[in-house]
Write a protein that binds this ligand. Structure first.
Ligand SMILES: CC(C)(COP(=O)(O)OP(=O)(O)OC[C@H]1O[C@@H](n2cnc3c(N)ncnc32)[C@H](O)[C@@H]1OP(=O)(O)O)[C@@H](O)C(=O)NCCC(=O)NCCS
Length: 182
């Protein structure tokens, strides 16, 4: 694997974000379709820039959202990864990570989230030695629910809210589905 790349699949590779990713990152955050179930409204450029800059801090434990590069076009198309899962007191829960995937609308429905998720599940259990990987999804986000269930996550609980409700999914090492590769 080339230097700086933390993980690779057939069509994607994952690395730390760099300043050159900023415009593509902000364009995604400004897209109402992209933001429909994550945040609910386009994120203004100044806020997107702030968020991007916070994400440039060096990662020491490999728990992060990584820049996601589409190999056929050598193009930044979003972010994906496993990041720390915090308890109610803001402390990271040992042995747990939270999975997330956010892709540019132009690359939806190509199987890329499933491909990325499959690789990060292996990474989370084999490299990060996690016991549980969790994820929370807006209950209206049908595409995301479909991907997460395809990856083998099980619904743990539903958090009812107004206007947004969330499904909380868990994938435990002990119940890992070894046949989930696409
Ligand atoms: C959710 C998201 C990550 C999915 O990425 P993707 O690369 O399009 O996902 P895939 O192509 O791997 O799989 C999509 C699956 O959902 C299905 N799907 C697409 N839209 C759907 C919908 N509205 N309802 C139900 N299923 C849907 C596709 O048919 C496909 O299933 P299949 O492989 O069985 O045919 C992407 O839409 C995205 O980044 N959205 C914006 C950010 C976001 O919501 N992230 C999730 C945060 S929890």
């Amino acid at each position: 694997m080339s230097e700086g790349i933390i993980l690779e699949t057939q069509r994607l590779y994952f690395r730390q974000h760099i300043l050159a990713d900023l415009d593509a990152f902000c364009a995604m955050e400004a897209d109402p379709d992209f933001r429909r179930y994550v945040g609910g409204a386009p994120r203004p450029r100044d806020q997107a820039e702030q968020r991007f800059m916070n994400g440039l801090k060096p990662v020491t434990d490999n728990l992060s959202m990584w820049a996601t590069i589409y190999k056929p076009e050598s193009k930044y198309i979003g972010r994906c990864g496993i990041y720390p899962h915090f308890n109610a007191n803001g402390q990271p829960i040992a042995g747990e990570g939270a999975f997330g995937v956010y892709l540019d609308k132009a690359y939806w429905n190509m199987g890329l989230a499933t491909e990325a998720g499959t690789a990060f599940i292996d990474f989370g259990f084999d490299q990060l030695k996690l016991e549980r990987i969790v994820t929370a999804i807006d209950a209206r986000n049908d595409a995301s629910v479909h991907v997460i269930e395809k990856l083998g996550f099980k619904l743990d609980r539903t958090e009812k809210g107004d206007p947004r409700s969330f499904y909380h999914y868990v994938l435990a090492r002990k119940s890992r589905n070894f046949t989930s590769k696409p």
